[in-house]
Design a protein around this ligand. Sequence first.
Ligand code: ADP
Length: 474
Amino acid sequence: MLREEDVHSYADASLEIILKYDDNGNILYANSLAKEELGYGEQLGGVSLEKLFPAELHRKDGSFPLDTVREMAEGMMYRKNGTCFPVRMAVKPADGINLLFAVNVARQVETERKLVRMKEEMEETLKVRNEFVANVTHELRTPVNGIRGHVTNLLENGVSGEVKSTLDIIIRCCDNMSAIINNILDFSKLEAGKFVIEQKEFNFYKMVNHTVETNIPAINAKGLRIMVNIEKTIPEYLIGDELRLTQILNNFLSNAVKFTSVGYINIEVTKTLQFDDEIELFFVVSDTGIGISPEEKDKLFKSFSQVDASITRKYGGTGLGLAITKQLIELMHGNVHLDSEKGKGSSFSFSVRLHVAKKAKEEQGSSEHFEFINQNQELPGFDSAEKFFQFGTPENVQEIKSKMEKLILCMEVEAWDKAENFAHNIKELVEQASKDLKRSAFRLEMNVRKGDYDKSVEQYNSLKALLEETIGGM
Ligand code: ADP
């Protein structure tokens, strides 16, 4: 049996207010915290419970309902000096003696109130910001479209030479600007939860083909190869948001082109699930480009993140693309994954859920109308990028030949920017060759960089001769 003194000493150590009172509400015992917190000190023993609770608890006839206290889970406790504080409490009645336990929750209540206030303020700020973004982007779009329209008119009126190339640059700048404006608008809509995914019928194969087609000029300009393979069991007509799916695929594809200078890009689409008319597609977009390190990987899908500042300088972009893409994929009930190794290439994969269009439910995709699809059944992973740089492998030899052909063409038309890219690629491709070859490729790049036609051609021929000696058949 515990002695009363022992019980009291435990109660004195408690972080709760503990009071013992009889059925008339007379306090018989109070622990140290109660005496201190309520401001009565040693006098608390003689006080009635009535004093500690608010006037609202009193009945109209002036009586005090002790039963109510018994059922209260929270309330306000009054101090001797008339101030009060909120409590969470419990009463345990036993044989005419009641034990009341209470905890002062003033701080907690204040924190909760602050949190609610902060949340409301944040929501308000976000709303104002989103409205601002929507207005500004709208205002920006009008002049950009205006500039583009007028420049297009000028181009249609038959300009040539330097004026034409300047106007072409203005058109490209306008298109970049429009893309950035659209990204910002999408991003703010996604953040505000106002993004709606459309459900409309579309031709899936045409969509992929069209997306690839828009990237072909850039792919050709860089001398890359593209392979597309779509599993034939995927129906031709699907229901979903064609525009947004194009945006997702295009973001991965255009990034692959942007960050690859040698090798190929591979797109693969398979059907991972079909239940009734619901279908899950799995896309893989891989490249043999610069790759992404594990540390950089974590930053990737966050908004405004580019893996490092030098990338922004060299390749441009806002760092919004992947953040938007990830959210769009999630809205289509899918997820995204990245597999990459620095210097070897990247492989972005993602899934999306769509529906099969009724009219085409039984139809199978017929790829033969589409130019790029199922061109090549060989589907190498990005790790074979190494073969491109390993001097003398068939991939390496083929790549050198292809870049040499493109280089001479660019030199002939004095497209020095492009020529410099190809000369640089060639230098990278012979990195593991003999000193002579390396030196020759280096000199070629230098002459091309200077835009010196005669010296470049001379150096080109000497490198070509050296290559013929080593790998033959140039
Ligand atoms: P941006 O619109 O600036 O291209 P993204 O969100 O699309 O932004 O990409 C963010 C960053 O991720 C890029 O700046 C680049 O550093 C990296 N990245 C994306 N795709 C690739 C890729 N295929 N290979 C290498 N790096 C990539």
